[in-house]
Design a protein around this ligand. Structure first.
Ligand code: GTR
Length: 432
C-alpha cells in the first residue's frame, strides 16, 4: 500500500471514529450511565411508613393517611401543585361524522379554558357505532390531532407546534402536510373493532412545549393578581397537561356514548409522564398506561440509569416544578421515588411498557417501579410482580398491574396498543 493511500485510510478512519463518538456523545452525554453494573446501591423510600413513623397495615390506612401524604410529596417536590383558582371551562361539541368505513362516529369538542383571556384545545373523539356506552382510551398526541389519522375532516391545530424538518413544518405552525404522519401511533381501526372509543388532544393546545417562563398556554389563566409565573412548588408543563386531560374527562362524563367509569389514560414518553401524573391526581381514571415514560415517569430516579434528574431538569426546565431542581445529582434526597407513583394508582390498574432499545428511558427502572409497588397493591389482594424482568415481547401481569418490554426503539406501536387492549379487556372481565 502506498504511503499516500495508507495516510488517507488513517485519516478516513479518524473521521469515522470522530463521527461515531460524536453520535455516541449525543445519545449518551458524559455523566450518563447505561451500564447496569454501574448502577449505584440505593434504598427506596418506604411506602408503608408515614412521615411521623406510623406503620400502615391496611388499605383503609393507606387511603386515609399515607396515600394523601405521598401524593402531596409528589406535588411539592416533583410535578408541582395545581393552583387553587380555576378559570371558567366550557365545552362546545361540533357536528359528528361517519369514520372508519362506517364503523365509528367522529366529533371534535372544543374545550375553552378561561373567559375573556382564554385558550382552547380540541378533543378528537372516535366512538365505535355500538348500542351501549363504550370504554375509552384518552391520551395526548405530539403534533396535532390531524397527524393521528388521514381523515381529512380532522382540524389542524392553530397553536404553536414544534418545527420538524422531516414533516416540513416551519414557522411553528401546523399544516395539511402533516396529516396522518403519526397514524402508526393511533391504530384507530383496531381499537374501535375491539369496542373501545379513543379520545385524543394535542398537548401544545394546552401548553406549548418550550420554556417561555409560562407566559403562553393555560398557566397565566391561573395567576393570582401580580403573579407572573408559577411559584416554586406549583405546576410546570406536565402538571398543566395532566390537569387539562382531567378536564377532557369532565367532558367525557357528559357524553352518553362513553362509559365514563372506564376511561383509561394513556401516554407515550413525556406524555407517559403526564398520563401517570393524571392517573395519580385524578382517581376517576380507570387504567393508567405509561408507554416508554422514562425519567420523571415510570423509571426509578435512584438508579441514575439513562436520563437523570439533572439532565431532564437542564434540558426541559419547564416540565416539573422548580423544587425538583433541588434533587439534581441528589436523587437519594428525594422524599419519593417512582414506585410510589405506581402505588398511587392502587387499587386501580396500571400498565407500564418499555422498549428494548430505549435505554435512555431505563426499561429495568420502569419495571422495578411496578415491582416495588407490591406492598401497596398487596393491601388490595394483588399478587407480587415477578422479580426478574420478563423477556422481550412477553407481557406479564398480576391482577392489577401489567408490563411488557417491546423489542425495538422508543415509540408507541400497534403491538403496544394490542397489549393495552388485552389488559383492558381483562380488567372489564374482572369486574363483571
Ligand atoms: C426526550 C426526553 C425524555 C422523553 C422524550 C420524549 O428528549 O429526554 O424524557 O420524554 O424526550 O418525550 O419523547
Amino acid at each position: 500500500m502506498s504511503k499516500a493511500l495508507s495516510l488517507t485510510l488513517l485519516w478516513l478512519n479518524w473521521v469515522l471514529v470522530m463521527l461515531v463518538s460524536s453520535n455516541q456523545s449525543l445519545a449518551q452525554p458524559p455523566g450518563i450511565n447505561q451500564d447496569e453494573s454501574k448502577v449505584p446501591k440505593f434504598t427506596l423510600p418506604e411506602l408503608l411508613v408515614c412521615e411521623d413513623g406510623t406503620k400502615v397495615d391496611s388499605a383503609t390506612m393507606w387511603e386515609s393517611r399515607r396515600r394523601p401524604e405521598v401524593l402531596q410529596l409528589f406535588a411539592d417536590h416533583v410535578y408541582g401543585n395545581f393552583p387553587d383558582r380555576t378559570p371558567e371551562i366550557a365545552f362546545s361539541v361540533g357536528s359528528a361524522w361517519e369514520a372508519l368505513n362506517g364503523k365509528a362516529t367522529r366529533k371534535e369538542i372544543t374545550i375553552r379554558f378561561g373567559s375573556e383571556k382564554c385558550t382552547t384545545a380540541t378533543l378528537l373523539l372516535t366512538i365505535p357505532n355500538l348500542d351501549n356506552p363504550v370504554p375509552c382510551f384518552i391520551g395526548y398526541n405530539f403534533n396535532g390531532n390531524h397527524t393521528t389519522t388521514e381523515d381529512s375532516r380532522v382540524a389542524i391545530p392553530t397553536s404553536w407546534v414544534r418545527n420538524n424538518k422531516k414533516l416540513d413544518t416551519s414557522s411553528n405552525r401546523a399544516s395539511e402536510k402533516e396529516r396522518g404522519t403519526s397514524a402508526s401511533r393511533w391504530p384507530y381501526q383496531e381499537i374501535v373493532d375491539r369496542g373501545y372509543a379513543v379520545a385524543t388532544l394535542y398537548y401544545g393546545d394546552v401548553d406549548p412545549d418550550f420554556d417561555d417562563q409560562f407566559q403562553n398556554g393555560i398557566h397565566p389563566l391561573f395567576y393570582e393578581p401580580g403573579q407572573t409565573r408559577p411559584n416554586h412548588d406549583q405546576w410546570g408543563s406536565i402538571g398543566a397537561w395532566a390537569w387539562a386531560i382531567s378536564r377532557a374527562l369532565d367532558y367525557l362524563q357528559t357524553d352518553p356514548a362513553i362509559d365514563s367509569s372506564h376511561v383509561a389514560v394513556i401516554g407515550h414518553s413525556r406524555l407517559g409522564k403526564t398520563s401517570l401524573w393524571a392517573g395519580a391526581t385524578d382517581p376517576r381514571f380507570w387504567i393508567t398506561i405509561s408507554n416508554d415514560s422514562g425519567c420523571g415517569g415510570a423509571a426509578l430516579n435512584r438508579r441514575k440509569f439513562g436520563e437523570t434528574v439533572k439532565v431532564i431538569n437542564t434540558n426541559f426546565p419547564h416540565w416539573f416544578c422548580d423544587q425538583f431542581v433541588e434533587y439534581n445529582d441528589k436523587e437519594n434526597e428525594l422524599p419519593v421515588d417512582q414506585h410510589m407513583l405506581m402505588a398511587l394508582m392502587a387499587p386501580r390498574p396500571v400498565y407500564v411498557a418499555s422498549a428494548s432499545e430505549d435505554l435512555w428511558a431505563d426499561p429495568k427502572g420502569e419495571y422495578l417501579s411496578l415491582v416495588n409497588a407490591d406492598k401497596v397493591f398487596a393491601l388490595y389482594g394483588d399478587s407480587a410482580m415477578p422479580m426478574a424482568m420478563p423477556d422481550p415481547d412477553s407481557p406479564v401481569a398480576t391482577g392489577l398491574r401489567g408490563y411488557h418490554l417491546r423489542t425495538g426503539i422508543h415509540d408507541i406501536t400497534v403491538f403496544d396498543w394490542q397489549q393495552y387492549i388485552r389488559f383492558a379487556d381483562r380488567q372489564l372481565k374482572r369486574n363483571e
